[in-house]
Design a protein around this ligand. Sequence first.
Ligand code: UDP
Length: 404
Amino acid sequence: MYRIAIISLHGCPVARLGEKDTGGMNVYVLQTAKELGQLGHKVDVYTRYHDPADPQVVKLNDNARVIHLQAGPYDEHKEQLHLHIPQFLSNLYRFQEGEGLSYDLVHSHYWLSGMAGIPLSQRWHIPHVTQFHTLAEIKRRARVGQVEPSVRIEGEKSVMSAANAIIASSRFETEDIVHLYGVSPHKVHVIPPGVDLALFQPMNRTAARERLNLNGNKIVLYVGRVEPIKGLGILLEAISLVDPCEHVQLLVVGGNAEKDAELVQLQLLSEKLLIQGKVDFLGTVNHDELPVYYNAADVFVMPSYYESFGLAALEAMACGTPVIASRVGGLQTIVKDGETGYLISWQCPEPFTQRLEMLLSNQAVRQSMAVAARTKAQEMGWSRVVERLLELYHSLTKIPLATS
Ligand code: UDP
């Protein structure tokens, strides 16, 4: 049995998903913490309070819990959060000492948590495993969205150098860590994220559409945060070029019009392209309600400029929905081109339109891709992820695996 301190400073695993800073990482932390807890390991996830209404401790199951700590104002900008790491740490030490807790390993998520993981691992004399989810150097090279501050790039370098092991979600991320940050490949371990196979399952498409009050249009779906790197502008333009005979309707799940400037820009773009009647910006949807959306869709599209993994694409596949995605990052390891969907090498609308028309007009291809997509997703449940994590923890701590 391991006692694990998970640090997810800005990514609260019980926060509402699909807003600017809540997405795949939050899902990853929640699912792995719960799964480890179910196996009998003691897991504490430390995160900062982002809402005064949150209780300090939220139980996930008998062995896993989330602990909220004060670290700066509730609505602090992500760019300023690094200034509050000292406060986060002193509150963490107070909680840990107050409860008499000790840990075998610290596992940090994103560079901010990695920066907290460095002193924790030194003070407690335990190994530090880290994973970044996104890297500033890659975002910078994608040349979309805001410029990443140098404090982040320097922070990532320090975390990579101090950590005992780095988890990458695909071999592409490993290559970036090795080549862009000069890390030894021996330090990097590829463990792809997973999908909740019990939640994300195929269901009757007609029933799913009825539940969402959709009419007879062909449904194209996007699910995720709404930010420039996600390439939603490409998707809107691609939709505007689809043959009108296809009667296509795009559902965009995620984003918050009051908080995301990008969502407002996209609404304006859809008006400019004269497709506002074909696009529904639905805002965020509860994670547990997403299976009905994936099942209602004919095609799922992820047109990202960069994606370290792309959990939403895997969730769509688990529901038996073909995926058209950019040929970037981890998406290349999930989508099998021509088998479970299509990978697009160009970040421009026309190739997306062409593949959309191909799939929307061809039910037989959609059906065979649906079966292949679910089969591929079935290899990727969270239990497999946690098995691999435990092997890594074992190699670092030498604590036997089979004591739980
Ligand atoms: N998500 C959600 N509700 C929403 C929008 C997104 O539950 O309204 C979830 C989605 O199911 C997925 C995650 O947020 O699990 C997004 O992860 P992904 O890896 O696709 O993108 P990231 O956020 O990591 O860029």
